[in-house]
Design a protein. Structure first.
Length: 444
């Protein structure tokens, strides 16, 4: 709903600009032309009509209602249904919605309650000016730059996914099929019927902060998998996974607001820095028949980085967290955000509001059924899904350096890990505590 609302807003702004530009060639009255937009939420049927003018179309009651909303709307306004308004309010965008004062008669529906949409891309609540609200979300040059950033992110996450699949194949102990012509590792996405909401969604009354731990447990080193793991570059991801990955990253890009700092370009810079730091330790080039040397090098890297470099899912989760950590950020501190949007603050118990909002919006999007192939490539098992979720929660919340409770937890973790007076503990817990420190510092 948020994406479609912003899209409708961008269309309205672009249409107004186009009419103004056409005044030069078509006359001054052209600038008076305006459009009406209708927006509704619901199920649709999609298909391609045959014939000389074959085209992709959407059908159903949702489309009919949308058309009626447009026709009963007003010039230069976005007319939305109660269903769309409720969807936006559920995502804490109540400040975008204004109830229409007069009742609307829609054919086949009778008298219905409708709303006006007033997207505020540069502000949250009452902050911002009319000029900033009329500014288009992205310019033509901004579009090209954003596409280049999306392309770069897709490339980064494609390589990370290949590492996940390569290690997973090695752990599964079955010899993967190889393409005889390209000598590449083929992989397909399993059709696993799993309700991902159980693994990503929060329990009622709980917040992301409730699940922050002192120690994140990473997998132990798997010597057998290290010997058997193929070159990740040989992995071939399905076109379905690649398509869903690009679509997801594009959606995330457009969920960022166009403010001065907490924008998509900033997120790309952070993810680039995190990826660079993760790649500082590079395993030596080893021939495939030197498996014992390969295993020894992998074990050394595992120990030196507290297990981070030997677990591609952890690396994916940290870079993913960098990408989504400021989604929908309005450009103000949490204290001011809580004052401007008390309902959003109440949802997250007035703690790390912006960070928790980014996590929930991004994971809710990833949970969508249209990304099922991508979901199952990132996480194949319930255990992997739970670990990915924990890593994202912990890493994104580490960006809230102002929260006193989180700061106290981080300081205590550091003392327990590196203080000379630290109490002796299980070696594995000690390693995981240091890994947790490194992960949080990567994104800070």
């Amino acid at each position: 709903a948020i994406l479609m609302a912003r899209f409708a807003h961008a269309i309205r702004i672009a249409a107004n600009r186009l009419m103004k530009n056409l005044e030069v060639t078509l006359g001054p009255d052209t600038g008076d032309l305006q459009i009406r937009i209708g927006l509704h939420s619901g199920p649709v049927t999609a298909g391609v009509l045959r014939g000389e003018r074959a085209r992709f179309q959407l059908f159903g009651d949702t489309m009919n209602t949308t058309a009626r909303l447009e026709s009963t709307g007003q010039a230069n306004k976005i007319h939305i249904s109660k269903e769309t308004a409720e969807a936006l309010i559920a995502q804490n965008k109540q400040h975008w919605v204004v109830k229409r004062s007069d009742a609307v008669e829609i054919k086949g529906k009778g008298t219905v309650e409708t709303y006006w949409l007033n997207v505020k891309p540069g502000a949250h609540g009452s902050v911002g000016t009319a000029a900033s609200q009329e500014r288009p979300d992205i310019s033509a040059d901004g579009d090209l730059k954003k596409e280049r950033l999306i392309d770069w992110q897709v490339d980064v996450f494609t390589n990370l996914l290949k590492q996940i699949v390569s290690l997973r194949e090695a752990k599964n102990s079955k010899s993967p099929k190889r393409n005889s012509s390209t000598d590449s590792l083929e992989t397909t996405t399993k059709a696993v019927s799993v309700d991902n909401s159980k693994h990503f969604a929060l329990e009622a009354g709980k917040t992301c902060l409730d699940e922050v731990k002192e120690i994140i447990e990473l997998p132990e080193f798997d010597a057998r998998a290290a010997r058997k793991q193929q070159n990740p570059e040989d992995v071939v991801l399905s076109s379905e996974v690649l398509s869903q990955l690009r679509d997801y990253i594009s959606c995330i890009a457009h969920m960022y607001r166009e403010n001065a700092f907490h924008n998509f370009e900033h997120a790309c810079h952070v993810s680039m820095s995190v990826k660079k730091l993760l790649s500082r330790i590079v395993a030596p080039d080893i021939e495939e028949d030197e498996s014992h040397i390969k295993e020894k090098a992998a074990a050394a890297a595992h120990d030196h980085t507290y297990g981070i470099t030997s677990d591609p899912l952890t690396q994916f989760a940290v870079v993913f967290s960098a990408l989504i950590h400021d989604v929908d950020h309005v450009g103000v501190p949490n204290t001011q955000l809580a004052e401007e949007n008390p309902s959003l603050a109440a949802t997250f118990h007035e703690k790390s509001v912006a960070e928790q909002n980014s996590i929930v919006l991004s994971l809710d999007l990833l949970m969508d059924g249209c990304y099922s192939a991508l979901q199952n490539t990132i996480c194949e098992s319930k255990e992997e899904k739970a670990r990915f979720r924990q890593l994202v929660f912990q890493t994104v919340l580490a960006t809230d350096i102002a929260d006193k409770d989180l700061k106290t937890l981080r300081n205590a973790r550091w003392e327990n890990a590196f203080s000379t007076e630290a109490v002796e503990e299980d070696p594995r817990a000690s390693v995981n505590r240091k890994a947790t420190i490194v992960i949080e510092h990567l994104i800070q």
